[in-house]
Design a protein around this ligand. Sequence first.
Ligand code: SF4
Length: 350
Amino acid sequence: MAAATLTTLEALEESGFVKDDDRAALEAVAARYAVAVSPDMAALIDPDDLDDPIARQFIPQSAELVILPDERADPIGDHAHSPVEGIVHRYPDRVLLKAVHVCPVYCRFCFRREMVGPKGDGTLSGAALDAAFAYIAAHPEIWEVILTGGDPFVLSPRRLADLMRRLAAIDHVRIVRFHTRVPVVEPARIDTALVAALKESGKTVYVALHANHPRELTPEARAAIGRLANGGVTLVSQSVLLKGVNDDPQVLAALMRGFVEARVTPYYLHHPDLAPGTSHFRLTIEEGQALVASLRGHLSGLCQPTYVLDLPGGHGKAVVAASSVQDDGEGGYRIMDFRGQVHAYPPRGD
Ligand code: SF4
């Protein structure tokens, strides 16, 4: 395994991971968007496989310079709902708290790619953090605080414990959720000190784990997830449906089963956002609906994520799975089963 995170084109080339031969374009991509491949993810990449699904998620490609008119720097509209720095208050009962904008890896399809990285929005200053906590304290409707970023698990256990103690002092906050890729991309970070820090608030703690391919659920990742679960944390999954990574019924099924086996409940499968330079990852919604439908019935009910799209402009999430229910125009319905057969509901003529 590589000893250090790979953060330059040269380091990626030395590892044999760069297949795109447009060097000038790759330099432009790396100058614009942060690059990082953690040792655990580098160890998973097969340098001989041109279509390696792990490499596709982390190795820059010249296609990232293709910016389509519909793409936007803030695809899900964080800024439209940010009353103070570091807070996004899009839905009534919850806020995002973006304390940090660095990640242990940089995903090439990231929806916040213009905000994260060494040149991104940075870490909140002490004064900005004070203002963010004052906002949460002043809004009793905030039931849940979601720490995201960036990846909040890059913070030291000492700083995480400090954040949790500050949340403990706000009675109306009952749930603290972390959005993270760390248990998969840097599992050794999930140690006793980090798990203990999560308990400092006395609140119910959820972790939404981001992983996109079953190979990411290595024995080390499963052990890290186990440490969180044994520490009293409830885990749910988040994945992005990505062309060339998981746009295959069997891959998607293996990913969802892998989550459930590791004690992570499938939660969201995101349609890729309109982030700049990411069109090579996007499928059509119809293709996504067919993939999600392929899971239904064939896989345990525990393995069914909700297929969602974040509406551009900050209008929030919408479920985009195909409906299996149609009005029959006669006071009843036509409902399709998982084999594609249509049934009248209520049954007629039985
Ligand atoms: S870990 Fe999350 S925030 Fe960081 S680059 Fe990947 S998708 Fe973006």
